[in-house]
Design a protein around this ligand. Structure first.
Ligand code: BES
Ligand code: MN
Ligand code: ZN
Length: 495
């Protein structure tokens, strides 16, 4: 999909659909007022009919006098004082699906005057980009399916042009990252295996010159001593892969930001097998890894002046003759031993070795993303991802990036008080900590492998995909990660 910033006289803009914001009580945004005047009050007349009196909803009108656009879509944005970026993107989402029903593939949004800054333009453009994604690989669309948006133009006031151009470039990059994360997530486990992910990473490096990929196979991991990670993949016929993607956008001696993702391409639980209901959703257990792919693509496409390393620990977790058994003890790359009391707590087993592995890159910071615990969904539901870190400054930074990117997190405690739940008589630690605070004890487990650098963990179990009729991967937390990288890169958001 093409995104473009435009200026000039809105009344003369040739487009299949001009989208204008209006508020409650027949108030018009500045661009809507300008178009209203050019059409001799046609918009005022439409508003008087009362369809948008609730302040919300859509009104589609054709052939307004003096207006070059084929259609005008009035977008109800509620009360002017309460209207913000969130209101706009929500309303825009509805508007874009309505346009799909009308088979309109090109549109021009005139951003309301107070939402045409960098953040507003980026959010609107990203919404349009996200609307143009559809999963098709194993289900091609029917001929009568609504067509996808092909071109989305955004009109901003002349003073905002420079910021808007940058915002659109960033939205394109983030949109590509989100789309990749969604696609990898949506692919079934029999296609998206660890080997498939490794091949995709290699293909990305061919495609994006600034990216390089290295894949460690099981022999290489055994050589290093990744006993925890390899114990998980032993139960599966699919060999594990440790995928490393590198982007050098800054001086060679600048410490890298390191992203680590859980890439469990299918989690049946292993010998501690999961119940059958909804088990298909465990194809999404690689969503943390997918978000690493997405963030890498976004950073490269934005050309951020940072050094970034993405590591995806990819494996399946199945029951099998060589699978982990409850009570087994394994030795991690760190040398610490782990008693596996539940083979379904496998994410932490593969992540702990990846987290030890990345020490060698002397990271400025390490963020890991994982669909780690059902307990996180119980604690927080599906709206925020869980954030765990003992570094208050880093917690603030990540929280703020999440707010700005409309991809929020909520911090949960990582206090030492919880660590004792991992005690066992048979190893340095157990891989589960009992029924209480399951998301916290999982994070506590990871914390034992991250002493060498500043670190935060995002539990995305509740946010990585949605259930129901619209079942599918969300691409979260690629928007948050992209925002964080933009901020860390020192590239001012707006010019
Ligand atoms: N991938 C799951 C966590 C999960 C479950 C994410 C449901 C999203 C939806 C993880 O590997 C897992 O099975 N965790 C266990 C841990 C338990 C055995 C301590 C869980 O949450 O039940
Ligand atoms: Mn599991
Ligand atoms: Zn899992």
């Amino acid at each position: 999909m093409q995104l473009k910033i435009v200026g000039g006289d809105l009344a003369k803009a040739k487009t299949p659909c001009l989208i204008l914001g209006v508020y409650d009580k027949h108030k018009r945004s500045a661009p809507a007022a300008a178009v209203d005047e050019a059409s001799d009050g046609a918009i005022t007349q439409l508003l008087r009919k009362g369809d948008l009196d609730g302040g919300k909803g859509l009104l589609l009108a054709y052939d307004l006098p003096g207006i070059a656009a084929e259609r005008v879509l009035l977008l109800g944005l509620g009360k002017r004082k309460e209207c913000n970026r969130g209101t706009l993107t929500k309303a825009l989402g509805t508007a874009l699906s309505r346009l799909g029903e009308h088979r309109v593939t090109k549109a021009l949004l005139a951003l309301p005057d107070d939402l045409d800054d960098y953040a507003g333009v980026r959010a609107a453009a990203l919404k349009a980009a996200e609307g143009a994604y559809r999963y098709e690989q194993t289900k091609p669309p029917k001929a009568d399916a609504p067509p996808l948006l092909e071109r989305f133009e955004l009109w901003v006031a002349p003073a905002q042009h420079a910021g808007a151009e940058r915002a659109v470039a960033h939205a394109e990059a983030i949109g590509a990252g989100v789309a990749l994360a969604r696609e990898l997530g949506n692919l079934p486990g029999n296609i998206c295996t660890p080997t498939y992910l490794a091949e995709r990473a290699t293909a990305l490096a061919d495609q994006l010159g600034a990216l390089s990929t290295e894949v460690l196979d099981e022999d290489a991991m055994a050589e290093l001593g990744m006993g925890a990670l390899l114990s998980v993949s032993r139960g599966s016929r699919q060999p594990a892969k440790l995928i490393k993607m590198t982007y050098q956008g800054a001086a060679a001696d600048a410490k890298p930001i390191v992203l680590v993702g859980k890439g469990l391409t299918f989690d049946a639980g292993g010998i501690s097998i999961k119940p059958a209901g909804e088990m298909d959703e465990m194809k999404y257990d690689m969503a943390g890894g997918a978000s690493v792919f997405g963030a890498m693509v976004a950073a490269v496409r934005m050309g951020l002046p940072i050094n970034l390393i993405g590591v995806v620990a990819a494996s399946e977790n199945l029951p099998g003759g060589a699978a982990n058994k409850p009570g087994d003890v394994v030795t991690s790359l760190s040398g610490q031993t782990i008693e596996i009391l539940n083979t379904d707590a496998e994410g932490r087993l593969i992540l702990c070795d990846a987290l030890t592995y990345v020490e060698r890159f002397e990271p400025a910071v390490v963020l890991d993303m994982a669909t780690l615990t059902g307990a996180c969904i119980i604690a927080l539901g599906k709206h925020p991802s869980g954030l765990f870190t003992s570094d208050d400054t880093l917690a603030k930074e990540i929280t703020a990036a999440g707010e700005a990117a409309d991809d929020r997190v909520w911090r949960l405690p990582l206090w030492d008080d919880y660590q004792q739940q991992l005690d066992t008589n048979f190893a340095d630690m157990a891989n589960i900590g009992g029924r209480e605070a399951g998301a916290v004890t999982a994070a506590c487990f990871l914390s034992r492998f991250t002493k060498a650098y500043p670190w935060a963990h995002l539990d995305i179990a509740g946010t990585a995909w949605v259930k129901g009729k619209e079942k599918g991967a969300t691409g979260r937390p690629v928007p948050l990660l992209s925002e964080l990288l933009i901020r860390r890169s020192g590239v001012a958001a707006a010019d």
